[in-house]
Design a binder for this molecule. Structure first.
Ligand code: 7TS
Length: 412
């Protein structure tokens, strides 16, 4: 019998892949806990960016020359990597984007622009990043459609009873994140999709925060659209992808006009290229697209189960340590959570705490995290957010908790 070789989770080896972590910030060893904003990049990714510009840089899909072919092959190979990683049926269901924001805007404009009608209802979860709210508001305003929020509970979970009620209004589309950037909640998207489909609504899932933390299977979820961001998953900034079901993408309008997205251009009227090119006008972020595939390979070499097991350990450890501090108030305590820890310390402004942590070399984010409706639900202006990645350690959490305590003593 052939058994799969045991891969050992080697945290030290993983950390060694991230040169940026070996630096001092304000005279202290850097602790980087702002991974939900963007993750750091492993050497494999940094090297792949250099390799691209050093060896194969050329424009894609147009040149007959060798470099153009090499660049095109690498770009298309990365699309295939994304297809396999997300388990899409076809590679042409993967559209390269600049990130999650562009993915949502593309669907809002190209699907909504064609199909939304006056009076239509779009349901948007109350824990969305602004990127999955505002594009819907813009297109809804244009079309006379309405955007309604799905409320959230004090626990930081979606109010599924309220969702059932809202579904009775027969929405045409439901927009929900897989993982909340502000609360860390992992939403039951498979169930949400099933219920929405029963009512005839399409579902767009924002996977900006899920790609780095969990295995995603768009066919199993039966998502109609799924957007991801490369830079939160160890890839380059300005890289990302939209998955869409073939039949939906085929019937949508183009998003941007320009080179590469056409079949034929005449002043009497132009026709569009086949998928995926219909949605990829102009010279794309070639290196970003190629290297996003390398980042995914890198995650898969470690294994997403191992990544999420380690991050979950960090989350539980951090929570229990912070719990020992006076005045600690966690924001968002869903049963199913990814490695995002949002909290407040009584009597201390999040911004002041963030500034002091920075002086101690510890990077966190403070504020509303581009999720103002979440903050409104809790009637707070913002939180302190520590978000963990695969390279973070319990020793870093100890320093962080000590820093929070020190800062509170100074500020109270
Ligand atoms: N959706 C979610 C859930 C996000 O967390 C973010 C970015 C986006 C969409 C937008 O992604 P982009 O790649 O287009 O920028 N979130 C954050 C954050 O939490 N802190 O900084 C950016």
């Amino acid at each position: 019998m052939i058994t799969k070789p045991e891969t050992k989770f080697d945290l030290e080896a993983i950390r060694n892949e991230f040169p940026i972590l070996n630096q001092k910030v304000n005279g202290q060893d850097l602790v980087y806990f702002d991974n939900a904003a963007t993750s750091q990049k492993p050497k494999k990714v940094i090297q792949a960016i250099q390799d691209y510009y050093q060896n194969i840089n050329a424009n894609i899909h147009r040149g007959v020359h060798k470099l153009s072919q090499l660049a095109t092959d690498a770009y298309e190979a990365s699309r295939k990597t994304l297809q396999e990683h997300l388990n899409a049926r076809f590679a042409h269901e993967i559209i390269f984007t600049t990130g999650a924001s562009q993915g949502v805007n593309l669907v809002a404009r190209a699907w909504g622009g064609k199909f939304l009608k006056s009076g239509d209802i779009i349901l948007v979860s109350g824990m969305e990043h602004h990127s999955n709210i505002v594009p819907w508001q813009i297109i809804a305003q244009e079309k006379g459609a309405e955007v309604l929020p799905i409320p959230i509970l004090e626990s930081g979970e979606l109010d599924l009873e309220a969702f059932h009620e809202l579904l009775k209004k027969n929405p045409v589309l439901v927009a929900v994140n897989h993982v909340s950037n502000a609360l860390g909640t992992i939403n039951p998207v498979k169930e949400i999709i099933k219920l929405s489909h029963e009512k005839g609504a399409l579902v767009l899932v924002d996977g900006a925060q899920s790609l780095p933390h969990m295995k995603i299977d768009v066919q199993d979820l039966n998502a109609d659209f799924y957007v991801v961001s490369g830079h939160k998953a160890y890839g380059p900034t300005g890289s990302g992808a939209l998955y869409g079901k073939e039949d939906l993408l085929k019937e949508m309008n183009p998003y941007m006009g320009g080179g590469e997205m056409i079949s034929e251009v005449k002043f009497s009227g132009s026709t569009w290229a086949d998928l995926p090119h219909k949605f990829e006008a102009g010279t794309p972020h070639i290196e970003g697209g190629i290297v996003l595939g390398k980042a995914i390979d890198w995650m898969n070499e470690i294994g997403l189960e191992e990544i999420s097991r380690h991050e979950n350990e960090l989350l539980i450890y951090a929570q229990s340590k912070l719990n020992e501090l006076e005045g600690f108030r966690p924001i968002g305590q869903a049963k199913n959570k990814a490695s995002v820890l949002s909290f407040l310390m009584e009597g201390v402004h999040p911004y002041d705490l963030g500034m002091i942590l920075d002086q101690l070399g510890i990077a966190v984010r403070t504020g509303h995290h581009c999720a103002q409706p979440v903050m409104d639900s809790y009637k707070i202006p913002g939180t302190i957010r520590a978000s963990f990645a695969v390279y973070n350690t319990k020793a870093e959490i100890d320093r962080f908790v000590q820093g929070v305590q020190q800062a509170c003593e100074m500020l109270r």
